[in-house]
Structure formats: structure tokens, C-alpha cells
Design a protein around this ligand. Structure first.
Ligand SMILES: [Cu+2]
Length: 481
């Protein structure tokens, strides 16, 4: 592999030399050696499962596609080890920071108490260890863990810090969905390397994008899949890039951030912004064994994953007509209780993130209608901590209704707000009181301040009064009587 890359770079250097120094500099600075898939693609790795009792450690990690720059991960790998738990269990995990800078462990999509949420306030200094304990209260779904230190989330995530966190439950078990060799779990992102194959990060306030794709940390991989219905569980772990997924084979959406949706929806394309997950069935039953197809990003013109279809015994498993029972949240009226305008590269409702400031408080157990509106700098993938929400509408600035997307049915924790668009969601905080975050998941927007704190509290008025005092005077000591 190394020899091959050097060879490709050598060719580039000669071409540059013929065409003049300017071109040489441009090509090398863009890391063109990775810009196209190699003749023989590397195999897609399947994420290793975290061993029971093992620590989860933020570490430097070797990247398959880069030989320099800063490359991080967990337990020496990128993506980090996969965590699998069942609903009703208590998750107990020792975490450690073996980096030379602070980081935090955020459990994206999981309902957890504030002090387990890995918020910027909870950043672990280098060398520190902490214990994580929370009950798994939620339904089956693909969640993930990643860093959340303020101002450095984008750089650390870009360096490779992300891992899968799967919740299983009986409702999902009963469907007998494709598993084992017929299930792929993978993270999509993009990367950029310099002429020496060093990973390059620029804190571009508009969002840092790369010029080639990574699937589970490998550039331009290939895999083989049986000619059956197969399950693809996909995370968009990119800092900023929106993927538009297509394939020669039929795709059927069965789930997203919050687990299974109500029923299967065939689609021609699935759009994923940063932080979103999608659960797909790919129907390979009518593809002749030996055929090579792909999973593509129509937006970038990339074949993200080359898939060679192989012959296998049919299983007889059919796509279920219904997947899950989704309790619809109910709210009177079309007007939002709160509106959040995502502005430029760094603000929500004219405010930059301030760790000590609380934007609002709301009561647990009540359904609110929230409106996320874009004002320049879009797309903004909007992520809410502490609860899932349901997308119930939206419109463009000219009043045209927003389209309904099958991959936004059911429960979401991140939603893609496009240019000139607003999205309405219903949300209810069922699990914990405490401080949570609402932010843009385009990580450079988040790092530049497009984030706010809010409180879930049975007495929102008193909670805000206290928060305002604490902002002025610092933490207030309360003696429990
Ligand atoms: Cu944004």
C-alpha cells in the first residue's frame, strides 16, 4: 500500500514538473494521491466490539489513509470500539484520556443525566480517568460517542474520534432483521491530506470538508455482500459534509437516529447531514453474483463503497410491513413555543455560546413545538441533547412547505436544516432534569459558538432566576434540609 501511494505521488510530481511549479504546489497541497479510488480498493473493516470490562480510552490512533498529521481515536483505533447494550441494562464504563489535551466523551443520541453527558464543562484533562454509569432507558437504535470540548470538537472529531453505541431491544429482535455477515455498520466522513499524506485540518468557520471519502476510517474501501436483503447502519460522522446516498440496488429506509421508523420506505436517495444516522435495507436478491455495484454519494460524485455481490443461500426473510409503533407527540397549535434562528457560522438568536449562560428553561413531561430556522451559513444540522424529537413540518422563507423525508419519520436527535428553510419539531423531555445543549452539528459552527445551554426543571421560572444569579455571582451553594 505504502509503495503504491508513493508511486502515485511520484507520477504527480513528474506531471507537476512538466506543467510548472504552480501546479506542482497545488496538487501536492491537495493530497491528490487519495483523490481517486485506487485500482484495488482496501477492504472495509468491521468495527471491533469493546471487550466487557475494558476501559474506553481516548488515544492517538494510526489512520489507514494518512501517515502524518494528528490522528486520534479510541483504544488505538478509528473509529473506536463498538459498544452494544440492551434496553433496561445499566451501562457502566471507565473512560480515560490518554491524549495530551483535554477531551470529553459525549454519548450522542443517548438519554443520560447531565453529569454523564460529556458536555464542554465535563472535559477530562490529560491522564484523567472517570466512571460513567447510566441506565439504558431508550429503544433500540444506532447511537455514537464522540468528543465535545468547546472550541476543539471539530479538530478532535476530524482526527478520527468517533465510535458506535448500539442499543438493542425486544421490539427490534422480533423483526429478525439481517445480521452477522448481512449487516454492515459504518461511519462516513471525509478527509484531506497534504503531499506527505499528513491529515490536514483547517478551522474553516464555514465547515471543514475533505476531498476524499472515508468509510470506517478507510479511504475508498470495498466489501462483499450476499445476494440477500442486507442491513446498512450508517453514521454521518463528517464535520460538515452532507452525503446523498444512492445505489444501483434498491434502498429501503427502516430507521434513523431514534431507531426504527413506523414502516419501510423505499427511496432513490437518502440525504444525511453531520451527526445523523440512517438504517437501510439494500435489496441484493436480484443482483447476479459476481456483479460489482456501489454505495455512492450523488452530491460529491463518489463511489463511497464498492460492493461485490456473492452467491448465498436465500434466507426467505421478507421486509416486514410494519416495523415499530411510534407514539406521536401531540401539541395544540401551529405556532412554535420557541424559535431558534441559526445565523451565519456562529450564532443562535444573536448569541454566541457561553458555557456559564442558560438560554431558557422548560418543564419535563410537556410537549413543546420548536422551530429551527436557518439564516445564512446553512445547512445547519441541529442537534438536541437530552431528548429525541419528531419532525412535524417546516417551510421555506417564501412559504413553500418543506418536503417530508422518509428518513425523518419517527424519532430524531439531529435534523438537517437547509438554506432558506425552517423545520418544526415536537419535543418532550421525559428522562432527567438538568442542563442540556442545543447546537449546530456542523462542528466548526459549534466550535465557533452556534450552541446554547438550556435547563429541564420542574420549576422553569425558579430555575431561570437561579441561573441568572449564578451567571452574575457564580455557583450558589444550596443546603438541603
Ligand atoms: Cu450550522
Amino acid at each position: 500500500m505504502m509503495i503504491r501511494r508513493r508511486g502515485a505521488l511520484g507520477l504527480l510530481l513528474s506531471a507537476g514538473a512538466v506543467s510548472g511549479g504552480g501546479l506542482l504546489g497545488l496538487d501536492v497541497s491537495r493530497g491528490m494521491a487519495q483523490a481517486r479510488p485506487p485500482e484495488t480498493r482496501p477492504l472495509l473493516p468491521r468495527p471491533a466490539v469493546l471487550a466487557p470490562g475494558a476501559e474506553l480510552v481516548a488515544t492517538p490512533a494510526r489512520a489507514a489513509f494518512a501517515t502524518g498529521g494528528t490522528t486520534f481515536g479510541y483504544n488505538g483505533t478509528t473509529p473506536g470500539p463498538l459498544i452494544r447494550v440492551r434496553r433496561g441494562e445499566t451501562f457502566r464504563q471507565t473512560i480515560r484520556n490518554d491524549l495530551t489535551e483535554e477531551t470529553s466523551f459525549h454519548w450522542h443520541g443517548l438519554a443520560v443525566p447531565t453529569d454523564m453527558d460529556g458536555q464542554p464543562q465535563d472535559a477530562l484533562p490529560p491522564g484523567a480517568t472517570a466512571g460513567i454509569v447510566f441506565p439504558i432507558l431508550q429503544r433500540a437504535g444506532l447511537n455514537w460517542y464522540h468528543p465535545h470540548p468547546h472550541g476543539a470538537t471539530g479538530r478532535q472529531a476530524w482526527s478520527g474520534m468517533a465510535g458506535f453505541f448500539i442499543v438493542e431491544d425486544e421490539e427490534e429482535d422480533a423483526l429478525n432483521l439481517p445480521s452477522g455477515a448481512d449487516e454492515l455498520i459504518f461511519a462516513l466522513r471525509d478527509a484531506k491530506v497534504d503531499g506527505a499524506l499528513g491529515l490536514v485540518y483547517e478551522m474553516n468557520p464555514d465547515g471543514h470538508e475533505g476531498d476524499f471519502p472515508l468509510v470506517n476510517g478507510v479511504a475508498w474501501p470495498r466489501t462483499t455482500l450476499n445476494n440477500r436483503l442486507v442491513r446498512l447502519r450508517i453514521l454521518n460522522g463528517a464535520n460538515a459534509r452532507v452525503f446523498r446516498l444512492t445505489s444501483e440496488a434498491p434502498l429501503i429506509v427502516i430507521g434513523n437516529d431514534g431507531g426504527l421508523i413506523d414502516r419501510p420506505h423505499p427511496v432513490d436517495m437518502v440525504e444525511m447531514s453531520s451527526g445523523e444516522r440512517v438504517d437501510l435495507l439494500m435489496d441484493l436478491r436480484d443482483v447476479a453474483p459476481g456483479t460489482k455495484i456501489g454505495l455512492h454519494c450523488a452530491a460529491a460524485g463518489w463511489q463511497l463503497l464498492e460492493i461485490e455481490v456473492t452467491a448465498a443461500e436465500p434466507t426467505g426473510w421478507k421486509v416486514p410491513e410494519t416495523l415499530s409503533v411510534i407514539e406521536p407527540l401531540v401539541h395544540d397549535g401551529a405556532e412554535p413555543d420557541r424559535t431558534f434562528v441559526f445565523q451565519n457560522t456562529d450564532r443562535i438568536n444573536d448569541e454566541l455560546f457561553d458555557m456559564t449562560k442558560i438560554a431558557f428553561a422548560l418543564a419535563p413531561g410537556t410537549v413543546e413545538r420548536w422551530r429551527f430556522a436557518s439564516a445564512r451559513g446553512a445547512p445547519h444540522p441541529v442537534h438536541v441533547h437530552g431528548a429525541h424529537f419528531q419532525v412535524v413540518g417546516g417551510q421555506f422563507t417564501d412559504g413553500t412547505p418543506r418536503r417530508e423525508y422518509p428518513w425523518e419519520r419517527g424519532w430524531k436527535d439531529t435534523v438537517h436544516v437547509r438554506t432558506h428553510e425552517s423545520v418544526d419539531v415536537l419535543v418532550r423531555f421525559d428522562h432527567y432534569e438538568g442542563r442540556y445543549l442545543l447546537h449546530c452539528h456542523k462542528l466548526e459552527h459549534e466550535d465557533h459558538g452556534m450552541m446554547l445551554n438550556f435547563l429541564v426543571d420542574r420549576d422553569p421560572v425558579e430555575a431561570m432566576r437561579r441561573a441568572d444569579l449564578e451567571e452574575i455571582y457564580g455557583p450558589i451553594c444550596v443546603t438541603e434540609t
